[in-house]
Write a protein that binds this ligand. Sequence first.
Ligand code: MSP
Length: 662
Amino acid sequence: MSQGKPKFYLTTPIYYTNGLPHIGHTYTTVVADTIRRYKRMRGYEVVMTTGTDEHGVNVERAAKKAGISETEFVAKMAAEWRALWDELGLAADEFVRTTDLRHVRTVQWLFRLCRENGYVYKGQYTGQYCIYDNAFVNDAKPGDNCPDCGRPTETITEENYFFKLSAFQKPLLDFYKKNPEFIQPETRRNEIVSFVEGGLKDLSITRTTIRWGIPVPGEEPHVFYVWFDALTSYLTAVGGPEFEKRGFWPADLHLVGKDIIRFHTVYWPAFLMAAMQPVPKQVWAHGWFLMDATKMSKSKGNVVLPRPIANMLGMDALRYFLLREVVFGQDGNFSYDALVTRYNSDLANGLGNLASRTAALIEKNFGGKIPKVTERKSQDEALAKEVQSAIGEVLENYENLSFARALETIWSVIGSADKYLTSEQPWALGNSEQDQARKAAVLWTTAELLRIVTVLGHPVLPASTEKVWALLGQTGSPAAVELDGLRWGQLAPGKQLGKAQALFPRVDKNEAIERIEAMANEELNPAPAAPAAKLAANATLGGAAAAPQAAPEKIGIEDFAKVEMRVGQIKTAERIVGADKLLKLTVDIGTEIRQICAGIAQYYEPEKLIGRKVAVVVNLAPRKLRGVESNGMVIAAAVGPDGRPVLAGFPDEDVEIGARLK
Ligand code: MSP
């Protein structure tokens, strides 16, 4: 079957289960998925692994808060992570949970080897520990905050098993020297080399203060420290102690964010050297996606979720944006504006337009059959040459993980095709034999270019390139094309085109952003679950007649009491640039002045609202609308078929600001 194929093993970090995936995690997984697809098209047998990092104090606390056992909590969270990756088409071959039995065995095995080889000893440890990052903070004093997340550290003293990391300073430096490719990009390599040159302290690798972890055999209550446990998951995925049978270890590539490079390039190779096991070939650290120039985090309320974007624009659009916008390795800013702009310009107007235009012209002039070329002009040859050299460039860039450059090259070819069509004007040619021959040459050339673009773009745009492939009348999938055999000139004439289909419908920027944000708000602050079974039971089987609205589920007074509504007075009101429907209000609610966004801009003049008394929900979690914080909600009736908002108010009485609505 796959015998004889070279093997390639790549990993994403395993993700913490105390939160849900945002665009940052999605980024690493998208990169891994793209490499996986690319390597397959280059003839490799690939294993890509991801998973969940399920131990540690954070999980203990989160489970307690949720009122369920840790086991139940992590099972739920792992299922959510896995389901999201599936939904987004991010296809890992292995998913490791650190609570898997196979993983427990691997960790205990690796520890035993390190210990037998004399690299583990028992000692006392006192230090400042960040429970959020599951890490001791080196050199921190009591009272210091964690340099990574800024939250207070805790002083912990306990008996630990220590790993003799100090013994690995020279072996690591020698290893980096002999394997200059091991740490990428170069700047990270320099950072790590100087860190190791500065000296290495031994590392505590077990805990007695944590209960929720993998037990150290025969040494309970010691459990493994989270990094010894987590890093070992990479071995678990490909066979654990029996890794030799599958033949995928050592890993070819660990993809990580820059925040965890040290664990992967210092601790991990040292653990493996101590256990006398092969060390991975490469660790690649990418930058962060930032929101308003800071790292995303749920506590800051600035996370971007992948699902609403995929729902609105398609997953390929998100993949394209993540890989195109930022040079791999560097930080980049995420903005919905840039995302939708790129979608419209590069995907809808670029690739989508070229595909539908080419197909329509072939349909009209050649009955939907790929034409045959009988004569070529120099401009056809020039385009062919450009595409042929782009193939080499794109492959080289993929190979170096320079995704942005690979995509730039592909899109410059798309741009050349647009120019070529504009200057050759096949639509203006007549029906003479000569004109027909010219049309055939131009349209075959464009279709061939599109075929090559489709194959080259496939690792990044798996779903939409399948569509273009079918549109070009090609059988199978672009995934099955061997990249090494891809050449100009392979498009066979005579093939019947497939059915036209919308690839990337253009979207209105403001509307798209509003819809993405609304979906994201819904996901972050979910409304109580709709009683789906009841709704279904209440719907009539009345043919064309609309089903009557199901009676809403009744709630108790205690549920109603949870909503705190107060009388507020609008102090200022202004329009928000780029958001036609929203007004930014400041509202006095008696105890404070709140900023609230309201979707009433199309019906109310801002100036006329000042001084008006309104009903405000004041205990709603703050959220961002079009990037503007909204802290509360102004109540309005939705009137008529368009749901025109009419503000609820108090025209008859002089009600006091801040009075509670009951
Ligand atoms: N569980 C550890 C990894 C153990 S690997 C043996 C962990 N988990 S994490 O969920 O916090 O982060 C996983 C990855 O997501 C890291 O590589 C991190 O850099 C990445 N990202 C998290 N937020 C990010 C951005 N905003 N942007 C890009 N990637 C970032 O660390």
